[in-house]
Design a protein around this ligand. Structure first.
Ligand code: GUN
Length: 299
């Protein structure tokens, strides 16, 4: 009787460390040529624990690769005007190569207006309409960090994508929509046939079962069960939700969108949570910041 081989782990944590080493070498070479170190700023509004952790990781990663970083912390009751002023200040600051405004923002802030106020040449999150438009057209620009990180993960682990059917669940402008563009575009990795599923999709299970590559980016813990996954599929879990657990040290556990224990035995490749997509998002942000610094110096 033939047995399914054990799944191979798309180890984003290990890979991200290797890529950070590569970026650190590039920074050393760059500064050795007389340039100043790349400089990323991160704006964090409010006290959301998960957002604070993400931004802390981003800032710490900057130090690790030899970037300069600046954290701009503001209370949740900041006005739209004040936040716009911060964005304009960072746009104008010649010492800042790129910056991000961590999402989500409080409800009284128009997040789209804030995103559109960011200078596209400093938009290292790749969320500005100019960068999303460039991505859609296959033109150079900043690619959103999470889908870019997933592409790097597939590339470095040599997961074949050409001609495969990729099913992306979730149509957010941060992950699902750019992910579908990247997987379908001409290139390696790429050249997939892509289905984009969302909250109005009928019979999600049927679509998921067609997937050679399944990307789950919904934010609903463990919604992808074993009976939704084809034998031998590649499964990428973008979800990372804090689920209350009084037995855990911090009072919560991190859960992905995929019920890992039951799904993993069916997969050829799978990302763990944590340690899969999350660390890759950060290296993509670092890479975008290095690109921004170089483009600025060469402009
Ligand atoms: N919130 C969740 N992911 C992201 C991200 O990649 N960038 C920003 N700015 N906010 C986020």
């Amino acid at each position: 009787m033939s047995q399914t081989p054990p799944p191979q782990i798309l180890d984003g944590k290990g890979l991200s460390e290797r890529i950070k080493d590569e970026i650190a070498s590039e920074v050393t070479e760059w500064t050795g040529q007389g340039h100043r170190a790349p400089h990323l700023a991160a704006v964090l509004v409010g006290e959301d624990g998960a957002s604070k952790t993400y931004v802390d990781h981003k800032v710490r990663s900057c130090e690790r690769v030899g970037f300069k970083s600046t954290m701009v912390l503001r209370p949740a009751d900041i006005s739209q005007r004040e936040l716009l002023d911060i964005v304009h200040g960072l746009n104008e600051d010649p010492n800042i190569d790129g910056f991000i405004v961590q999402l989500p923002l409080p409800n009284h802030i128009d997040a789209q207006a804030i995103t559109e106020a960011i200078d596209p040449t400093k938009d290292v999150d790749g969320f500005h309409p100019v960068n999303i438009g460039n991505l859609a057209l296959g033109l150079p620009g900043f690619v959103p960090a999470t889908p870019a990180g997933i592409i790097t993960l597939l590339e470095r682990f040599e997961v074949p994508t050409e001609g495969r059917h990729a099913v992306v669940i979730g149509r957010s402008s941060i992950v699902g929509t750019p992910m579908s563009l990247l997987l379908s575009r001409s290139g390696q990795p790429g050249n997939c046939t892509v289905t984009l599923c969302h909250s109005r999709t009928q019979d999600l299970q049927e679509h998921c079962l067609q997937a050679d590559i399944l990307i789950a980016a919904v934010g609903r813990p463990e919604m992808i069960k074993a009976d939704m996954v084809k034998e031998g599929a590649v499964v990428v879990d973008v979800g990372i939700t804090r689920v209350k657990d009084v037995t855990a040290k911090r009072g919560y556990r991190l859960r992905g969108d995929v019920a890992y224990d039951e799904v993993a035995p069916k997969c050829s490749w799978i990302t763990p949570v944590p340690g899969g997509v999350g660390p890759m998002t950060i290296v993509s942000l670092l890479r975008n910041t290095l690109l921004a610094a170089k483009a600025k110096a060469e402009a």
